[in-house]
Design a protein around this ligand. Structure first.
Ligand SMILES: Cc1cc2nc3c(=O)[nH]c(=O)nc-3n(C[C@H](O)[C@H](O)[C@H](O)COP(=O)(O)OP(=O)(O)OC[C@H]3O[C@@H](n4cnc5c(N)ncnc54)[C@H](O)[C@@H]3O)c2cc1C
Length: 462
């Protein structure tokens, strides 16, 4: 990987020398790049220009140019967050060219470029019969990889960040960094795994992989009044199993339901620690990328066909999301509050996921990384959804429902998984405190050294 040395002179016309990588407002490729973003808010944004660096050297030049010209930047990894594209900022789109995945000669470690998404990573590892735990969806990128990475095999294999061995990239002024476990670097190694988006731009991560194992998956679609039973049952499972839940409206009915999706890795002889979990549908699959969608299925267990994105990037589904981590033992109270929220949901698209954590995630010492939700059993994702073309009133109702859900569940929460940030909202400081607890002050101090002009994600309310 060619990192341009520190002292490299960056001329003011650097950006002009990158014409091939530069997309300007109103150009078809500029429009397409925004239309391709998963996040509806980001898709509707108007960055001042988009840079799609072809090499790490170009990326570093672009970062330096933004720094010298005092330009706001936003980084597009997998494009799943609101912050992938921001009005008036220079958007650095890493996903277009910087998505290489290389398994190293030892057959164990993998180098992943900063614009890669988790599906691309799994596809390469599959060929070499290796794996790392990732999230439930193939398209999130480094926003997931460097902030946590909660998925179906987290209880047996940990978070994605727990597998990072080395990180290379740049501070917001373009100065390169190289971090790994054995290097003396103050608390940067800890902070970059769980809070990287506030501190630097990651060009490349090296992860330790493990032997790919087949998985068994058991799914059930149940009425909502079974929620308490599912929470209790999940909390009694061994760490070889996870049982994540979705509360929402199935595509073929109007009443709220729960999907229970239990997943376990199987050992070499194709056995798995048995559980007598009831299920409607069961399958053995070769890896995470073959698991059924983590969505409420139709009555027959099939997924609803994917709906194509509307042509206009301004009229896309928009969400207000909060992620709260909750410890074991709140079963009845948690179930009652969630049931009430689901009955009050303003439209059929709003949903709440309960991603099952604990197990191996809780066995890593809390001071290892900046992800502090390790003592919890559930990572709840509250998703207030405004469907395309809905009125402002409908949007307000969906947002208010998400805010209300946050307030109602907050007293049970020990942690906020801050992958969805709301720096313009009054609760942002509360989200940050809940996300980092006693690490927040050291994180702010480190940010002051690494990103003193606040070019990257903010640790203050906007
Ligand atoms: C459908 C869906 C499913 C999800 N499932 C899961 C799940 O199962 N598990 C889970 O843990 N999370 C999950 N998430 C949350 C997801 O982790 C966050 O939305 C995350 O921010 C996505 O990262 P991204 O790179 O795709 O998004 P982006 O919007 O591109 O980036 C998110 C943030 O990361 C920063 N960033 C991106 N790349 C880099 C880089 N190379 N260096 C430094 N900063 C960078 C960006 O600046 C931005 O602030 C899901 C989200 C969605 C929408």
């Amino acid at each position: 990987m060619a990192f341009v040395p520190n002292h490299c002179y960056v001329a003011k016309n650097t950006i002009l020398s990158m014409q091939k990588s530069l997309l300007k407002i109103n150009e078809p490729d500029y429009e397409q790049c925004l239309a391709d973003l998963f996040n509806g808010h980001a898709a509707a944004a108007s960055p001042s220009c988009i840079v799609q660096p072809r090499t790490n050297a170009e990326l570093q030049q672009a970062i330096r140019w933004c720094f010298e010209e005092d330009r706001k930047i936003c980084i597009r990894g997998g494009g799943h967050s609101k912050q992938a594209a921001v009005d008036g900022a220079v958007m650095l789109d890493l996903s277009k060219h910087l998505h290489q995945v290389t398994l190293l000669d030892d057959g164990v470690h993998v180098k992943v470029q900063g614009g890669c998404n988790m599906g691309q990573l799994l596809r390469v590892l599959k060929e070499s019969k290796r794996m790392v735990p990732v999230g439930t969806h193939p398209t999130p990128g480094f926003g997931l990889l460097c902030m946590g990475g909660i998925g179906h095999i987290g209880r047996s294999h940990g978070l994605t960040i727990d597998h990072i061995c080395e990180l290379r990239g740049w501070r917001s002024n373009g100065e390169p960094f190289l971090l790994h476990a054995d290097k003396e670097d103050g608390n940067a190694w800890q902070m970059m795994r769980g809070a990287a988006i506030f501190l630097g731009i990651i060009g490349e991560a090296t992860l330790k992989t493990s032997t790919r194992q087949p998985l068994q998956v058991k799914r059930t679609r149940d009425p909502l009044d079974r929620l308490w039973w599912w929470i209790q049952t999940a909390e009694s499972l061994p760490k070889s199993w996870s049982c994540s839940l979705i509360l929402g409206t199935p595509p073929d009915q109007n009443t709220a339901a729960v999907l229970a999706m239990a997943v376990s890795t199987m050992s070499d002889d194709s056995t798995t620690e048995t559980t007598d979990l009831p299920h409607q549908w069961m399958a053995n699959v070769n890896g995470q990328e073959e698991l059924p969608n983590f969505n409420l299925p139709l009555q027959n267990g099939e997924s609803e066909p994917e709906q194509s994105m509307t042509t206009s990037r301004y009229e896309r589904l928009k969400t207000r999301n909060y992620s709260l981590s909750i410890p074991k033992g709140h079963g009845k109270e948690l179930s009652d509050r969630l049931t009430m929220l689901m009955h009050q949901r303003p439209n059929q698209h709003c949903r709440i996921d309960l991603q099952h954590i604990g197990g191996a995630i809780g066995e890593i010492p809390i001071e290892e990384t900046a992800y502090t939700g390790r003592g919890c059993e559930w990572s709840l994702v509250i998703c207030g959804v405004s469907p395309p073309g809905c009125s402002q009133d409908d949007t307000d109702q969906a947002n208010q429902w998400a805010d209300q859900a946050f307030d109602l569940l907050r007293p049970m929460a020990q942690h906020c998984y801050i992958v969805e940030r709301h720096p313009d909202s009054p609760i942002y400081q509360e989200q940050l405190k809940l996300a980092y607890g006693p690490l927040l002050e050291p994180l702010k101090q480190l940010k002051h050294q690494w990103d003193p002009y606040n070019r990257l994600a903010l640790l203050e309310t906007q």
